[in-house]
Design a protein around this ligand. Structure first.
Ligand code: PRP
Ligand code: URA
Length: 209
């Protein structure tokens, strides 16, 4: 699918299988999400631009590579996005963070906004939106609209699992935002859950079911 990258690294696929397993505990699920976020983060940042700066090693001066431009922003879609965020901040500790509070109304499946806080200069930064699940895409489309409404122009979307129906809707709504996912599952069920999926990511992370 145009604009969609599937991160099929064996370690990602192995960890994802354990996360899907309903026998996996809340603690195990949270730990795996953090671990997998490091691997996903490696891929989503693979082509970041570099510049050079002069440093002195103990032996000599050199022109050494360093990331170009302003610090990037991770935008976490609450609650489950925070599971990816924590590992990503281990990878890029200086990154800025945006929090986007959205939940799905269980009847309508529409995304309901309850919180938004982001750096004021989003337009100057790469914004990587993170949320493990892209199902109907109502939440991801809304999250990106909120960020664009506050000035973001350079965005990427990172998730763990996506439904084909949601991916089609998202890439149509935001063709300028590349999507990175560990897997594209079969379909959505009648309640808007990804099948085979892993269940409700927020509930599995926090033990709220
Ligand atoms: C989940 C998930 C996404 C959304 C995906 O969040 O983390 O944000 O559903 O579904 P969609 O593509 O159909 O919009 P949820 O609304 O359950 O909130 P939570 O993380 O607080 O549990
Ligand atoms: N949100 C989830 O957490 N899981 C799904 O399968 C769909 C939406």
């Amino acid at each position: 699918m145009q604009g969609v990258t599937v991160i099929d690294h064996p370690l990602v696929q192995h960890k994802l299988t354990i996360m899907r397993d309903k026998q996996t505990s809340t603690a195990g699920f949270r730990r795996l999400l953090r671990e997998i976020s490091l691997l996903l983060g490696y891929e989503v940042t693979r082509d970041l631009e570099l510049t050079t700066k002069t440093i002195e090693t103990p032996l000599t001066e050199m022109q050494a590579p360093t990331l170009e431009g302003k610090k990037l922003v991770f935008a976490s879609v609450l609650r489950a996005g925070n599971g990816l965020l924590e590992g990503l901040l281990d990878l890029v500790p200086a990154a800025r963070v945006a929090h986007i509070g959205l939940y799905r109304d269980h009847e309508t499946l529409q995304a309901v906004e309850y919180f938004f806080k982001a750096p004021s200069d989003l337009g100057d930064r790469l914004v990587i939106v993170v949320d493990p699940m892209l199902a109907t895409a109502n939440s991801s489309i809304a999250a990106v609209e909120m960020l664009k409404g506050r000035g973001a122009t350079n965005l990427r979307y990172l998730c763990l699992l996506a439904a084909p129906e949601g991916l089609a809707r998202f890439t149509k709504a935001h063709p300028d935002v590349p999507v990175y996912t560990a897997a594209i599952d079969e379909r959505l069920n009648e309640k808007g859950y990804i099948v085979p999926g892993l269940g409700d990511a927020g509930d599995r992370m926090y033990g709220t079911k």
